[in-house]
Design a protein around this ligand. Structure first.
Ligand SMILES: [Zn+2]
Ligand SMILES: [Zn+2]
Ligand SMILES: [Zn+2]
Ligand SMILES: [Zn+2]
Ligand SMILES: [Zn+2]
Length: 285
């Protein structure tokens, strides 16, 4: 009876131990990867394989201690910056890592000497010496203001044969550098006598083919009775090519005439030397 009581538990222990042994040797391992400090390990049975990887150290810098780039473990302390003093032009700077702090001091300048005076078209230059670093510092001097002159006509208005005005342009220039500072339309209102003088000038220049002065003095003033002022205004604002008028005159009146006679007639009709010479050439002289 007592022998049997002992034999049964022994058989159970041997059986369990046998099964555990079989399981241990036939384990389907579940491996965890190796780390810096542990080898590849089975999470079920604890079996290991190979060696730990070891740390992958990055050396200490001014601001970071020696650090493992794989696991982040640190060792020792930071090196600390090696500061060099700020100068006029460079802020406080670490000679190891190049980090800066604060601002450059800026120069401490003495009195300026003007090297070149500024004008309205060009900047000037001045220089001064720094008390601290002895450097000569150049600076530009702003341009000065332009000197506006009076309004002047850049492009005159013109008046058509129907007395319709095309505006011109007026500009205000700097009297020093000649730059155009302002611009506006150049336009007038015609008085009745100006308007009629213009219409008459366009008609007469077709009839007469004469020069400017003859059209003003003999035709508009002498023959049509306009004032010298209105006549001059009209003739100077009509669209007419006086050189071409000279040629038309010579062609119409030069037939059978001598060079001297044509020259005399053309002078009488208000043409100048150049216009007469050109016209004579056109008709073969
Ligand atoms: Zn295992
Ligand atoms: Zn590590
Ligand atoms: Zn540093
Ligand atoms: Zn300085
Ligand atoms: Zn100017």
């Amino acid at each position: 009876m007592s022998k049997k009581k002992i034999i049964i538990p022994v058989i159970l222990v041997v059986t369990v131990a046998g099964i555990a042994g079989i399981l241990f040797y036939t384990c389907y391992h579940r491996w965890d990867n190796a780390t810096c400090t542990t080898a590849k390990t089975c999470s079920i049975c604890g079996k290991t394989e190979g060696k730990p990887l070891g740390h992958n150290w990055t050396e200490a810098t001014c601001e970071e201690p020696r650090t493992c780039s794989s696991c982040g473990k640190t060792e020792g302390t930071v090196l600390g910056h090696n500061w060099e003093k700020a100068t006029c032009e460079i802020p406080k700077t670490c000679s190891i890592c190049g980090k800066t702090q604060g601002h450059a001091l800026g120069h401490e300048l003495g009195a300026y000497t003007v090297v070149k005076e500024a004008t309205c078209s060009e900047e000037g230059r001045k220089e001064a010496v720094c008390f601290r670093c002895q450097k000569t510092i150049m600076e530009s001097v702003d341009k000065i203001a332009h000197t506006p002159g009076k309004w002047e006509v850049k492009e005159d208005y013109s008046i058509s044969a129907q007395a319709i005005i095309t505006p011109g342009e007026q500009v205000k220039k700097c009297t020093v550098c000649d730059k155009e500072l302002e611009s506006k339309e150049y336009m007038i209102e015609l008085s009745t006598s100006q308007r009629n003088a213009v219409l008459k000038a366009y008609q007469e220049v077709q009839n007469w083919h004469c020069g400017r002065d003859f059209l003003i003095n003999d035709v508009l003033v002498g023959f049509n009775g306009y004032s010298l002022e209105d006549a001059t205004f009209a003739v100077d604002h009509i669209d007419v090519d006086w050189d071409h008028q000279a040629i038309l005159y010579a062609k119409e009146n030069g037939v059978g005439e001598s060079e001297n006679k044509i020259t005399e007639m053309m002078q009488y009709y208000g043409f100048n030397q150049d216009q007469i010479a050109e016209a004579l050439k056109e008709i073969g002289y």
